[in-house]
Design a protein around this ligand. Structure first.
Ligand code: ATP
Ligand code: MG
Ligand code: MG
Ligand code: MG
Length: 562
């Protein structure tokens, strides 16, 4: 009975109550329905049901990656420091990296993403333009010491990611590899049954230019995106450009550079806040005792507020969210970082509202006044804007924008030659001369996708999986005595033999009521109840999602399901 799983012998322990610390539906339900268990903060054990769903997601990802010619490999998670030093990320990643030493004292890290090692792999394996293009991928465990691991497997410190990397000799080749990935991602998320949007994104710590995110709209998401109802414009608010640019740039004078040690540069802020102004400090807005102020962190907006809080005690430190800026255009104007350098526009409360100040890492102890996005900086490459309100004009067509929350489930980047430059990745070109390779990198949160699906598809009774990812096709409930259990097992065997994946609740001494509740909670798409009608050969079929029930003879049920 290869496709049959009996609840009497499977480790499935459902819980009546939500875990105390759980805030999101996916966290509550995946724990309660026995899919995952917390091992430590942001570190999760996948139990039998959960592992099945995780494997189903992986299978879909794998099939679609193979379909675009991706070659699956498996790189280590335990990595030497040196390549990450060469790329600069040993420093850049700061506290996000899990670092460790071996017995000889050599530095290692647990891989957060693998651009460096893939670049080295290709450098080792590919010597000629004839070896390219190549797309390599893996489905592997990643480690990031997230500042706020929460929401269950939605944001883990250990999590499963599909990461792939493309290697091409030409820009056109890279564009094609990127297009292939974009299409593969579209197919993957459609097959998984996720509601998603493709939006423009910033490229964050990865560097590089073109980048899009796949976002799954959900209240539990940590990303905010704008969506234009009138055209196809959609962007992470981190990437919105025109919205924040002053309506009339001509009203602003030329950029004035100010030597302003007493205004909030990163360094002066660091000093002001009592945070060591080390090289890794740059670009973060936080609220200190309710006042928005800037301090620095590496990479994106994540910071270990606990640690920061210790420095700042007794001040109360909170992370600023986009909502904090709604209706406060006087506070923050945006965030531009040509070539990945962060520059934050801050309107200092001490200057006239609407006057943009720049504080940032581009020039120490210098601020600029009258900066206009797009005029004074390349804004299209790397722009993080937090001032956007519903109804703001779409930068493409002018219609009122809608704003929503979403979960980042995938991210695709055209990296360009950043890593090839760092590691001298060349192949012999057609003319016999070395050609520098250009790269793309592409991620899917495999474990996060499980949580995103749970967020989008659950109802008040429990999980409600799309068939492709569900841990089984049919959940047979033996509701009664031995007669019912016997028939339930017989049906399970027949369906299993026909290739239908069956979970059968054959537990003795468990009331039908508890079994029904568990079936709803576990969320298999079809529930087949073997109850009172069993003696006369009648069973009940229930569609988990719609709640539709139907009584029918056993044979008909079998034909329908097999
Ligand atoms: P986020 O903005 O949510 O922190 P990210 O932009 O840092 O994600 P990427 O570096 O783009 O993540 O990684 C590729 C994918 O891996 C993401 O799109 C996301 O789906 C997934 N992912 C990233 N961090 C986590 C995490 N801590 N837990 C689970 N999945 C994650
Ligand atoms: Mg992140
Ligand atoms: Mg992100
Ligand atoms: Mg990302």
């Amino acid at each position: 009975m290869a496709h049959v799983q009996r609840m009497s012998t499977t480790m499935i322990k459902t819980l009546r109550d939500d875990p105390a610390d759980a805030e999101t539906a996916s966290h509550k339900l995946l724990v309660r329905a026995g899919y995952v268990r917390r091992t430590s903060a942001g570190v999760w054990t996948w139990l039998p049901l959960g592992k099945k769903v995780l494997d189903n997601v992986s299978r879909v990802v794998r099939e679609e990656m193979d379909a675009i010619g991706g070659q699956e490999v498996l790189l280590p998670a335990l990595l030497p420091k040196e390549p990450y030093e060469a790329s600069g990320r040993w420093e850049e990643y700061g506290d996000l990296l899990f670092r460790l030493k071996d017995r000889k004292g050599a530095d290692y890290l647990l891989g957060p993403t693998h651009e460096e090692i893939f670049t080295l792999t290709v450098k080792d394996q590919c010597t000629s333009y004839k070896d390219l293009p190549v797309i390599l991928y893996q489905i592997q465990t990643k480690y990031r010491d997230e500042a706020r691991p929460r929401s269950g497997v939605l944001r883990g410190r250990e999590f499963q990611m599909k990461d792939s990397y493309s290697f091409d000799t030409t820009d056109e080749g890279l564009a094609e590899s990127y297009r292939l990935h974009r299409e593969a991602y579209t197919r993957i998320f459609e097959r998984l049954g996720l509601d998603y949007r493709v939006v423009s994104a910033v490229s964050g710590a990865m560097g590089g230019s073109a980048s899009e995110e796949f976002l799954a709209p959900a209240g539990a998401g940590e990303d905010t995106f704008v969506d234009c109802p009138a055209c196809d414009y959609a962007a992470n608010t981190e990437a919105v450009t025109a919205v924040v640019a002053p309506a009339d740039p001509s009203g602003h004078g030329p950029v004035e550079e100010l030597d302003t040690p007493d205004t909030p540069t990163i360094e002066t802020l660091a000093a002001h806040l009592g945070v060591p102004a080390s090289a890794t400090l740059k670009n973060l807005l936080v609220k200190v005792d309710g006042e928005i102020t800037a301090v620095g962190v590496p990479g994106d907006r994540e910071v270990d507020l606990g640690k920061l809080g210790e420095h700042l005690a007794p001040a109360v430190v909170e992370l600023v969210t986009a909502e904090d800026f709604v209706g406060r255009p006087d506070l923050v104007r945006g965030y531009v970082g040509p070539q990945g350098l962060g520059v934050r526009y801050i309107a200092d409360p001490r200057v006239a509202p609407g006057t943009a100040w720049v504080t940032g890492a581009n020039k120490a102890d210098t601020h600029a006044r009258n900066v206009v996005c797009g005029r004074d900086f390349e804004v299209d490459q790397y722009l993080d804007v937090v001032v956007v309100e519903p109804g703001d004009p779409c930068p493409r067509c002018g219609a009122g924008l809608e704003i929503g929350r979403a979960i980042e489930i995938g991210h695709i980047f055209q990296l360009g030659r950043k890593y090839a430059d760092a590691f001298g990745l060349d192949v012999l070109g057609q003319q016999g001369k070395p050609v520098r390779v250009t790269m793309g990198s592409y991620g899917i949160g495999v474990s996060r996708a499980v949580a995103a699906l749970a967020e989008q598809t659950h109802d008040e009774s429990g999980l409600c999986w799309p068939r492709e990812v569900a841990p089984a096709d049919v959940h047979i409930v033996a509701a009664g005595k031995a007669v019912q259990t016997e028939l339930a097992l017989e049906l399970a065997e027949k369906l299993g033999a026909a290739g239908v994946r069956v979970l059968v609740d054959d537990r003795a001494g468990v009331s039908p009521g508890v079994k029904f509740t568990d079936a709803e909670l576990i969320g298999v798409p079809t529930i087949l109840v073997v109850g009172r009608g069993a003696a006369s050969g009648v069973v009940e079929l229930k569609d988990r999602r719609t709640g539709t029930r139907e009584e029918l003879p056993v044979d008909e049920a079998l034909t329908l399901l097999a």
